[in-house]
Design a protein around this ligand. Structure first.
Ligand code: WT7
Length: 634
C-alpha cells in the first residue's frame, strides 16, 4: 500500500518532498507493489520528443497487483458490488477470489482465440461486471484494451477499431440502460461491415438474453468461450512501459486520438491518488457513477480501487431510472461511504427536487467527489447540504484522459475546501499558469492557461500510431511543458480553480466533444453546405451545443430539418454529440482569409450580443445581424 497523507501539515511536507525529489518520492510509493523485476531507474524523460519512462526496466503485471496480491488477505471480501439497471433486482457480489477466477478464466479464453501480448482488443460493452472482467483479462495477458463507450455509434466504433487495428471485439447482446434496451451487438455488426479488416473474432456476452445474429466462424458466445477453461492463468509479465490501454478522446481538430497509458506508472499513480484523495479506509464501500468507457471508470472504478483492495460498486443504469431517487436509494441500500459523480448528474438531481433525497438514510456517506467539468456554486452547495448534510468533504477533482489520474484536488477531510475550487495539486504534480506569450505567470490572484512542468507516473506516453500528434497537441504550445487545454485561476492563497477549455473542445455533461467532429457529422446531413458549432452555458449539461448551419435549399419545415441534422449526428457520433440548438443561417462570419470567427458565434450563442467587437473587417459583416436576429428567436 502506498502511503496515506494524514493532515494538512503532512500534505505540505509531502508535497515539498515530492517536488524536491520526484524520482525518490515515486520510487518509495512504487516499492509497495509486487514487481517481478525491480526497476533500474525511477524516471527518464524529456518533453521535447516527448519521451517519458517511469520505473525503467521494471517488470510486472498490473492485475497481479489488483487481484493475486489480495487473495491471502482479502480473498472473501467483495471486490465488485454490482447494482443492476432494474431497481429491486438482486445485487451481484463478486469477491476478490471470484473476480480472480473470472478474470483468469476469460484470459484463458482470449488466449484460445489467438490473442497475444501487444494485440489490441476493442471492448464495446454495457456496465456489467463482465466489462470489468474483460478489461482485466486483457491486462492479464499483456493485451492492450481499448474500451469504447457503448453510447458511441457504429461509425465511431469502426473508426476506433480501425485506428487501433483491433484483433478481437468484446461485446454484449443488449444494454439495459434505464427504460431503454440498446442492441449493442447489432451496432458491432454494423461497425464491422464498415471494413474493420483487422478483426478476427467477436466474443458476445449474453446479458439480457435478447435475440442476436451470430456470424459463423467470427462470433462466439462468452459462455462458450470460457467453457472448460481453467480459473487460473499466470499473468504475462510485461515491462513497466508496455502498453496497458488505449482510450480515445476528442481534441480541437480531427478525429479522436488514442491516448496511451502503460502498466507501471499508471498502476502506481491510480492507487496512490485513490487512497489519498478519497482517504479510503479499509472496509469502505466506494461508488463511482462513471461508465468504464471513460477514463474515470478505468482509473476509479476498476484499477485504482482494486489496486487498493477496496469494494467498488458498479451501477448498470442511469440516475433517473426508475426515478430521480435511484442514486440515493443505492447509497442507502449498500451503505455507500465514498460517492464520486459528475456535476451534470448533481444538477439534474437537484432540478428534480429535494423530495428525492429527503427521507433516505444516507448517514453512511463520509466523502463526496465530483469530476468532469467545472461545478457551479449552486450545485456545490446543494451537494454539500442535501447529500452530504454538511458533514462530508467534497473533493472537486480536476484531471483528464491524458493525465491518467487525479491531478488537482482537495484530499478529503485533510486539506481545506473552497467551493468550486480544485484547490491543491497532488504530491508530485507541478502546475503552472502561462500567458499567451508562453511566459509563466508568477504570484497569486492570477489567471492563465494551465500547464504541468514535470512528468508524473501516469502521464500519457503517446497517441496511438501518431506520436507527432501527441507532441503537437500537448508539448509544442509551450516549451518544456505539458499543455492541458484548460484555463485556470490561482486565487490569493494559491488555490486553483479550473475555468474550462480554452480550445475548441466543448464539455457536454462531462463528455468531451470536439467542435470539428460535430461539424463533420452535421455536414453529412442532406442539404447542409457548411456548419459551425460552439458551446454555450446550459443549466443541466454545463455546456450545450449550438450549431449554425448553411443549407443549400430554403428550409420550409424547420422541425424536419433539425431532426435530419440530429439523426445524422446520432448516426455518425452518437446521442451525446447531438446539438441542442440549430440555427439556419445565410452565411458564417469569416475573416478575409476564410477563417470562421467563432468568437462572434460564441457570444451570440451565449445571448451576449451587446459587444461583439469589431466586425467591420469581416469578409461578410452583413450576416452578423441576421444571425443575431435568428438566434434571438430560438
Ligand atoms: C476535461 C477532461 C478525467 C475526468 C473526466 C473527464 C474538464 C475535468 C474537472 C473539474 C473543472 C474539469 C477539463 C478537462 N474537467 N475535471 N474537476 N473541474 N473541469 O476527462 O474527458 O479527458 O476531460 O474535463 O476541461 O480538460 P476528459
Amino acid at each position: 500500500m502506498t502511503s496515506q497523507i494524514k493532515s494538512f501539515e503532512d500534505y505540505q511536507e509531502t508535497y515539498a518532498r515530492s517536488v524536491a525529489d520526484p524520482e525518490g518520492f515515486w520510487a518509495e510509493q512504487a516499492e509497495t507493489f509486487t514487481w517481478r523485476k525491480p526497476w533500474r531507474q525511477s524516471l527518464k524523460w524529456n518533453f521535447r520528443e516527448p519521451r517519458v519512462k517511469w520505473f525503467v526496466g521494471g517488470r510486472l503485471n498490473i492485475t497481479e497487483n489488483c487481484l493475486d496480491r489480495h487473495l491471502a488477505t482479502r480473498g472473501n471480501q467483495v471486490a465488485l458490488l454490482f447494482e443492476p439497471n432494474e431497481k429491486g433486482a438482486r445485487a451481484r457480489k463478486i469477491t476478490y477470489k471470484q473476480l480472480y477466477g473470472l478474470v483468469c478464466q476469460f484470459a484463458n479464453a482470449l488466449k484460445a482465440q489467438g490473442v497475444k501480448k501487444g494485440d489490441r482488443v476493442c471492448i464495446y460493452m454495457p456496465m456489467t461486471p463482465e466489462l470489468a472482467v474483460a478489461v482485466l483479462a486483457c491486462a492479464r495477458i499483456g493485451a492492450v484494451h481499448s474500451v469504447v463507450f457503448a453510447g458511441f455509434s457504429a461509425i465511431s466504433l469502426a473508426d476506433r477499431i480501425k485506428d487501433a487495428q483491433a484483433k478481437v471485439v468484446l461485446t454484449s447482446d443488449y444494454n439495459a440502460r434505464g427504460a431503454k434496451n440498446i442492441a449493442v451487438k447489432a451496432i458491432v455488426d454494423e461497425a464491422l461491415a464498415l471494413g474493420c479488416d483487422s478483426v478476427e473474432h467477436v466474443i458476445v456476452h449474453q446479458n439480457t438474453g435478447g435475440a442476436v445474429t451470430m456470424k459463423a466462424g467470427r462470433d462466439i458466445w462468452w459462455h462458450e468461450a470460457v467453457k472448460g477453461r481453467r480459473r487460473t492463468c499466470k499473468p504475462t509479465i510485461v515491462d513497466s512501459e508496455d502498453m496497458l490501454f488505449i482510450l480515445y478522446t476528442s481534441g480541437s481538430t480531427g478525429k479522436p486520438k488514442g491516448v496511451v497509458h502503460t502498466h507501471g506508472g499508471y498502476m502506481v499513480y491510480t492507487e496512490y491518488t485513490f487512497r489519498n484523495v478519497f482517504q479510503y479506509q479499509e472496509g469502505d464501500i466506494y461508488w463511482c457513477t462513471a461508465d468504464i468507457g471513460w477514463i474515470t471508470g478505468h482509473s476509479y472504478i476498476v484499477y485504482g480501487p482494486l489496486l487498493a483492495g477496496a469494494t467498488s460498486l458498479m451501477f448498470e443504469g442511469v440516475p433517473t431510472y426508475p426515478d430521480a431517487g435511484r442514486f440515493w436509494d443505492i447509497v442507502q441500500r449498500h451503505k455507500v461511504n465514498i460517492f464520486y459523480t459528475a456535476p451534470t448528474a448533481i444538477r439534474a438531481l437537484m432540478a428534480a427536487g429535494d423530495q428525492w433525497v429527503k427521507g433516505r438514510r444516507m448517514s453512511s456517506l463520509r466523502v463526496l467527489g465530483t469530476v468532469g467539468e467545472p461545478i457551479n456554486e449552486e450545485a456545490w452547495h446543494w451537494y454539500n447540504e442535501r447529500v452530504g448534510k454538511k458533514r462530508c468533504p467534497i473533493v472537486d477533482t480536476w484531471w483528464q484522459t491524458e493525465t491518467g489520474g487525479i491531478m488537482i484536488t482537495p484530499l478529503a477531510g485533510i486539506t481545506p475546501l473552497k467551493p468550486c475550487y480544485a484547490t491543491y495539486p497532488m504530491p508530485g504534480i507541478q502546475p503552472c499558469l502561462v500567458d499567451g506569450n508562453g511566459n509563466e505567470i508568477e504570484g497569486n490572484d492570477v489567471e492563465g492557461m494551465l500547464c504541468i512542468k514535470f512528468p508524473w507516473p501516469s502521464i500519457l506516453r503517446t497517441t496511438y500510431g501518431d506520436h507527432e500528434r501527441c507532441r503537437l497537441t500537448y508539448f509544442s504550445t509551450f516549451k518544456n511543458k505539458y499543455f492541458t487545454g484548460d484555463g485556470a485561476r490561482r486565487d490569493a492563497n494559491g488555490l486553483y480553480r479550473i475555468i474550462g477549455r480554452v480550445d475548441d473542445v466543448i464539455n457536454v455533461s462531462g463528455h468531451r466533444i470536439g467542435t470539428a467532429e460535430v461539424e463533420d457529422a452535421i455536414n453529412k446531413a442532406p442539404n447542409v453546405v457548411e456548419s459551425a458549432v460552439v458551446g454555450y452555458p446550459h443549466d443541466i449539461k454545463g455546456q450545450g451545443i449550438f450549431a449554425y448551419i448553411i443549407s443549400s435549399e430554403p428550409v420550409e419545415d424547420m422541425a424536419a430539418f433539425k431532426s435530419s441534422v440530429l439523426n445524422t449526428v446520432i448516426r455518425v457520433i452518437g446521442p451525446i454529440a447531438k446539438p441542442d440548438k440549430v440555427l439556419v443561417v445565410p452565411g458564417l462570419p469569416k475573416t478575409r482569409s476564410g477563417k470562421i470567427m467563432r468568437r462572434i458565434l460564441r457570444k451570440i450563442a451565449e445571448g451576449d450580443t451587446s459587444n461583439l467587437g469589431d466586425t467591420s473587417t469581416l469578409l461578410n459583416p452583413e450576416v452578423v445581424d441576421t444571425i443575431k436576429d435568428g438566434a434571438q428567436r430560438i
